[in-house]
Structures are given as structure tokens and as C-alpha cells.
Design a protein around this ligand. Structure first.
Ligand SMILES: Cc1cc2nc3c(=O)[nH]c(=O)nc-3n(C[C@H](O)[C@H](O)[C@H](O)COP(=O)(O)OP(=O)(O)OC[C@H]3O[C@@H](n4cnc5c(N)ncnc54)[C@H](O)[C@@H]3O)c2cc1C
Length: 428
């Protein structure tokens, strides 16, 4: 059997569990077959198992091989477009429901970690950092908006002096601290969730790419060496799904973002950079994000490659960004670099829905996916279990195909990104 290893990242090197699961080489029956063992797939699996269903997860490579095992590890509340934009699309009443859901993903993650005793370096507290006054104004509105939707007692605006006490850089004019955000070792979270799935009787097959989904009353999911007959299928392949389900491919575009990780820093240096050990992301459209690892490395990400081509030299793209924020890190060694794909939609809102009566999907959270995917898993499980109010709310959000189809996705989005980056630079 040929195995597809995890990306050569700090996370793969420090994974808690390297056990390889079997490949599917059988024809089996299950209640629900899930395609993809990232957070969307694993969260859905765990919720369904807790409800008493039998679940089989098929993963093309390894558990957490996609974005879920490569991301910045930042637990960020709300959605990639905030509740006010959603409200404009769906109206005030439905908007309230999204407001209630906007903070649930982080609670689900923290609940999973404590319930299943997952060791993934959880730290509380995340900072949104403003590079100019316009962004600071936006953070003030964001705080008011989140408080209006019940996210009370967790938020604190930071002025220029305050933010220097939590991030040792001249770069920011202020920020917003969300104490209910935080950060984790993302691959160890996925691996811990996979163990939880298996502890409840769920089956996970690795190196088992789905090559065909046969629709019908009992859909059949085929891999190269086996098949799974199910009552329901959940498609959770996100940016790595390719053309398996053509109607999903047409609606969104994979994009790459890159991460570097330093050598372990001395306690003194690590503590001086981020004294409270919060994670940080700036407010630019193409944003930088960073945090400390459990062993005092700085993990720094940023940049977007539209169309998800792998950049040749990640170190030379991301290191200057890190040194602009922290010039004091000049000369520090970079131990790991990697890239990963997230899925961008035109509205930057997730796409949730059903194909026929029994094939469910969620994809395209467009960046902030660590919390959303955990919420999505719960919502998909609820819908399969017959409670579809929250699923229907998500499914009602408009899905726009990228104009011009695949050929023009990349230039179209790159022009959009250039426009927003210029606005960020000018602070307008
Ligand atoms: C570098 C990077 C940094 C990020 N940082 C953050 C962050 O700090 N905070 C945040 O909130 N979000 C972040 N994100 C986004 C977040 O990681 C993703 O939104 C989220 O992990 C998506 O989870 P998923 O389960 O939907 O998809 P994935 O984790 O990509 O999982 C999809 C899985 O499906 C499998 N698959 C695909 N096709 C098939 C098939 N045919 N058969 C079987 N299996 C298949 C893939 O192999 C893959 O393992 C980041 C993303 C990247 C790439």
C-alpha cells in the first residue's frame, strides 16, 4: 500500500500519535459515510456517534492531512464575514440565529478537549491587531456587534500601550482581545478527535480516497479497493476535494497560505514576544497570524496563493513578514516551512447543503475554519438526526459560482485581493 504522509511540518514532527489506520479493502455497510478526516469530517462523526449512529470515515491520505493538520491553530470566533454582513443577506430574525451560533465552535472545541482528554497545548486568548486607525474603528464596531449578540465578558479593547503589553512590536495601533479565543496544536486536536471517534466505535480508514459516489436511496461510496453503502453521506473534503462532486467544485476556489516555524526560543525571548501567550492575527485582508507553540517556537503564517499552487520558497516569502513584526528575531533559525489549502467562496461565507435527499456537505469557510468546522459538524449531525433548523439557516445562504468558471477564478480573486490590500496599505 502506498501511503501519503502528512506535510513536513512542525505539527507532523510533534504529533502525539503516528499510528497509521488501515486502508479500506472491503465492501461494508454503515449508517453514515463521511468523506474526509479533517475537522469537518471528524466533528460530524463524533456528534453522530454520540447520537448513536454507526459511522465510517474515509480519508484520502492521513487524519488531519489537509488544512486541519496544518493551520495556524488559532481559535477565532464568528465567521469569515461577520454577523452584520450575514444579517444584511438573511434579515434581522435569521441573523439572530447566526449570532447565537457565532461563538459555539470554540465552545465545542474546548468541550471536546476536556471530555476526551485531548492533549493539544490549548491556551486561552486571541488578539485581533489593528495596523491603522481605520482597522481600530472596525474592531470597536466588532466588539459592539459581538456583545449585542451575547458574547459578553470576554472582550477587551487594547490601546497602543495595552497592546505592547501583549505583543512586543511597534506595528500595531491597538487591538481587541477575545479571552474566549485561543490556540491549539491543530494536528494533535484532529488526532485526539479521531481517537475519540474510534473510542465510540467509529471506523476511520486512511489512504482510502473516494473515487466515486453513487447516488440513490442507499448511496454507495467507492474507493480503489472497497466500498461503503450508507443511509447518508457527508462530503467533508473542502479544498482538497478536487472534482469528485463537480457541482461543489464549481462554487469555490482552493487557496494556499504558508507557515514558518522558528527553532525553539529561549523562555526569556518567547515571553518577551508574547507575554500572555495569546495568539495574534492582524486585520489586513491578506492577514498575518502568529503564536507560540508548546515548546516556545514562533509559528508565523501569512500570504495567500490563489488557486493553491505551491510556492517555491516559503521561507523567503514569510520570513520578511515575521521580521517586520519582530525585528528582534533577526538571525533566528527557521526549522519548518509548509503550505496548506483553504477554500474560498465568493461571499466568503460557508456553503452548506444537501444533494438529493441524503448527501450532505459543508465547505468553503474561507479562512477562519477552526471553529466553524466544529460547529458545522454539529449542524450536519443535527440535520441527519432530523433537526434541521440550523442546517436550513446555513443552507439558505446564497452560493455564488466563481464568475468565468475555473479558468478565471484565479485572476478574478487576485484582482479583488489586490484592491483590498491597497486599501489596507492606505488605511482607507
Ligand atoms: C496554512 C493554514 C492556516 C490556517 N490557519 C487557520 C487558523 O489559524 N484559524 C482558523 O480558524 N482557520 C485557519 N485555517 C483554515 C482551517 O484550517 C480550515 O478552514 C479547516 O481546517 C478546514 O477543515 P476541513 O475539515 O473542512 O478540511 P480539511 O482539513 O482540508 O480536510 C479535508 C480532508 O478531506 C480529505 N479528502 C479530500 N478529498 C477526498 C476524497 N476524495 N476521499 C477521501 N478523503 C478526501 C483530505 O485528504 C483532507 O484530509 C488555515 C488554513 C490553512 C491551510
Amino acid at each position: 500500500m502506498t501511503s501519503t504522509p502528512h506535510a513536513d511540518s512542525y505539527y507532523a514532527a510533534s504529533a502525539n500519535d503516528k499510528t497509521e489506520r488501515a486502508q479500506l479493502r472491503d465492501n461494508i455497510d454503515t449508517d453514515i459515510c463521511i468523506i474526509g478526516a479533517g475537522y469537518t469530517g471528524l466533528s460530524t462523526a463524533l456528534h453522530l456517534l454520540e447520537m448513536g449512529y454507526s459511522v465510517t470515515v474515509l480519508e484520502a491520505a492521513r487524519i488531519g492531512w489537509g488544512a486541519s493538520g496544518r493551520n495556524g491553530g488559532q481559535i477565532v470566533n464568528s465567521f469569515s464575514r461577520d454577523i452584520d454582513s450575514i444579517e444584511k443577506t438573511v434579515g434581522k430574525e435569521a441573523g439572530k440565529l447566526f449570532g447565537e451560533m457565532a461563538f459555539e465552535g470554540a465552545r465545542i472545541i474546548k468541550d471536546r478537549i476536556s471530555k476526551y482528554n485531548i492533549q493539544c497545548d490549548l491556551q486561552d486568548g486571541g488578539v485581533f491587531a489593528a495596523l491603522n486607525n481605520k482597522q481600530m474603528g472596525h474592531l470597536q464596531s466588532q466588539k459592539a456587534l459581538w456583545e449585542k449578540h451575547g458574547h459578553m465578558n470576554h472582550l477587551e479593547l487594547l490601546d497602543k500601550n495595552d497592546i505592547r503589553k501583549v505583543v512586543d512590536t511597534e506595528a500595531y495601533v491597538g487591538g481587541l482581545l477575545d479571552k474566549s479565543g485561543g490556540h491549539i496544536h491543530p494536528l494533535n486536536l484532529a488526532l485526539g478527535e479521531a481517537n475519540a471517534v474510534e473510542s465510540l466505535g467509529g471506523k476511520i480508514y486512511e489512504n482510502s480516497a473516494v473515487v466515486k459516489v453513487e447516488e440513490g436511496e442507499n448511496p454507495v461510496v467507492h474507493t480503489a479497493h472497497g466500498s461503503v453503502k450508507a443511509k447518508f453521506v457527508v462530503v467533508a473534503g473542502n479544498a482538497y476535494l478536487g472534482g469528485l462532486i463537480p457541482q461543489l467544485q464549481a462554487k469555490a476556489m482552493p487557496c494556499g497560505t504558508q507557515v514558518i516555524t522558528t527553532e525553539p526560543l529561549s523562555d526569556e525571548l518567547a515571553k518577551s514576544l508574547l507575554p500572555q501567550n495569546y495568539c495574534v492575527e492582524d486585520c489586513n485582508y491578506l492577514l498575518d497570524y502568529f503564536r507560540l507553540s508548546g515548546d516556545n517556537r514562533l509559528i508565523y503564517g501569512g500570504g495567500v496563493v490563489y488557486g493553491a499552487r505551491d510556492p517555491a520558497d516559503i521561507k523567503s516569502i514569510i520570513t520578511p513578514k515575521m521580521l517586520k513584526t519582530f525585528p528582534q528575531l533577526k538571525g533566528v533559525k527557521i526549522d519548518y516551512t509548509w503550505t496548506g489549502n483553504f477554500l474560498l467562496t465568493l461571499s466568503r461565507l460557508p456553503q452548506v447543503g444537501r444533494i438529493g435527499s441524503n448527501i450532505y456537505y459543508s465547505q468553503g469557510c474561507s479562512g477562519h475554519g477552526v471553529t466553524y468546522t466544529h460547529l458545522a459538524g454539529k449542524i450536519l449531525a443535527e440535520a441527519i438526526n432530523g433537526q434541521a433548523t440550523r442546517f436550513d439557516a446555513f443552507a439558505g445562504l446564497p452560493h455564488y459560482p466563481f464568475p468565468g468558471g475555473h479558468m478565471f477564478q484565479v485572476p478574478f480573486s487576485a484582482i479583488g485581493a489586490w484592491y483590498y490590500t491597497m486599501r489596507d496599505k492606505l488605511g482607507v
